[in-house]
Design a protein around this ligand. Structure first.
Ligand SMILES: Cc1cc2nc3c(=O)[nH]c(=O)nc-3n(C[C@H](O)[C@H](O)[C@H](O)COP(=O)(O)OP(=O)(O)OC[C@H]3O[C@@H](n4cnc5c(N)ncnc54)[C@H](O)[C@@H]3O)c2cc1C
Length: 379
């Protein structure tokens, strides 16, 4: 292997977790490579609401959030399948920005910080031997001292490694689909709405320019019951909620077809796999209704960066680094993941959500408490 193909850190997947990790390592003088199977900029399924806990961190990476035209979101509206709703101030609040813009900006920053990015390059195999990794990609083989996997919800490597969530039979935690549109509509700038429908929920909030992100999560069963026809599912199932009927009936859809993703799993995942550090959704996915997966992906990159840097500086051995990363991840996120699963259970139970909306009106503190359980502090 030539020197040109040897790196301190290889990152598989250039989403939020992978790109932010690469910038931090490159800034401390290390040689970093990122492999991303797509070409920037591109759309991906995501509600595009980011908790304010990530604001300072993104700015510290060099992302100029204000000049990207983010929207500031302070209020949450939740409706049940019948359209009954209540509103609540969000404890910390957040901002809206498309992944198309944010990921592209992070990729640009990574390149400016001398990260090598191989776009349209899929990693097919990672092997670890003699304290080094060999990554076999569609663009040749590369060698690295450390490897982090930020390849998202589900990748070819999950299947190759036979990770338990990828081989598990369908259950209520592992067979969801996600669908996203950008739309124009008459809707407050500072509000995020979560509208329930049978076996799913749909978020709406403002992003940059005059656009809104409309994104929903539902079971694969809902789509199958609609003859695998998204439009039919939206008409028959989502539009039973009068808020969604109005949105799908009256708003301007900016794309001909939505972006979609399937086989989403909220099962527990391993944090280290054959010495590869798992970051972002690859380490575990919090239910989207928490609006916090992006912040967790960014925060995980920070704790991974700290430990990898210590190991590269020979302050701790590899084994200790892996242990400390897993410990740090569990301390920060384990309880949030549990709270997220509980919230999702509640959200997908029509009767319970109607009751919660009624009692939520009487006890607004209850929902604020539940939201807090799924969020962290600025980092
Ligand atoms: C329906 C839905 C709505 C959501 N809404 C929100 C929200 O409003 N707010 C929020 O905070 N979070 C939300 N999330 C969660 C959020 O999208 C994720 O937590 C976040 O994107 C995780 O970032 P990541 O970097 O781990 O993965 P990703 O952003 O998914 O990036 C992974 C990257 O890896 C690449 N890749 C995969 N395999 C390979 C390979 N073998 N080789 C090379 N590249 C590869 C992919 O192309 C991709 O670019 C939502 C999720 C869903 C499903």
């Amino acid at each position: 292997m030539q020197d040109d193909f040897t790196y301190d850190l290889a990152v598989v997947g250039g989403g939020l977790a992978g790109l932010s990790l690469s910038i931090q390592l490159a800034r401390s003088g290390h040689k970093v490579i990122v492999f991303e199977k797509e070409k920037y900029p591109f759309h991906r399924v995501c509600g595009e609401y980011i908790s304010n806990e990530s604001w300072d961190f993104l700015e510290s990476l060099g992302v100029e959030l204000r000049s990207l035209g983010v929207s500031h979101i302070k209020r949450l509206q939740v409706s049940d399948v019948h359209g009954n709703f209540f509103e609540q101030l969000l404890p910390l609040g957040g901002f809206g920005i498309s992944r198309y813009k944010l990921d592209h900006q992070l990729a640009q920053l990574a390149k400016e910080n001398n990260v090598t990015i191989h776009e349209q390059t899929r990693v097919n195999e990672i092997s670890y031997k003699d304290n080094k990794f060999i990554l076999a990609t569609t663009n040749g083989d590369f060698e690295a001292t450390f490897t982090a996997a930020g390849f998202g919800k589900r990748s070819n490597l999950d299947i190759k490694w036979k990770r338990s969530f990828a081989t598990a039979k369908s259950n209520r935690l592992n067979n969801y689909i996600g669908i996203k549109y950008h739309i124009r509509c008459d809707f407050p700038n500072d509000l995020i709405a979560l509208h329930n429908f049978k076996n799913g929920y749909c978020g709406l909030s403002k992003i940059e320019d005059d656009k809104y992100c409309l994104c929903y999560l539902t079971t694969a069963g809902n789509l199958q019951n609609s003859a695998n026809d998204i439009k039919r599912m939206e008409q028959d199932i989502l539009s039973a909620n009068p808020h969604l009927k109005k949105i799908f009936g009256e708003c301007e859809m900016l794309w001909k077809e939505p972006v979609t993703i399937s086989q989403i799993s909220f099962d527990k995942k391993s944090l280290i796999q054959d010495h590869v550090l798992m970051i972002g959704d690859a380490a575990g996915m919090i239910t989207p209704l928490c609006g916090n997966g992006m912040s967790m992906a960014l925060h995980a990159s920070k704790i991974a960066a700290e430990q990898i840097q210590r190991c590269l500086k020979k302050k701790i051995p590899r084994q200790e680094m892996e242990k400390l990363y897993a410990k740090g991840w569990n301390k920060l996120f384990s309880d949030r993941m549990k709270a997220g699963r509980l919230l999702q259970k509640l959200m997908l139970n029509n009767w319970l959500i109607s009751l919660t909306i009624r009692t939520g009106k009487i006890f607004p503190g209850m929902l604020r408490f539940m939201i807090r359980q799924t969020h962290g502090r600025p980092f």
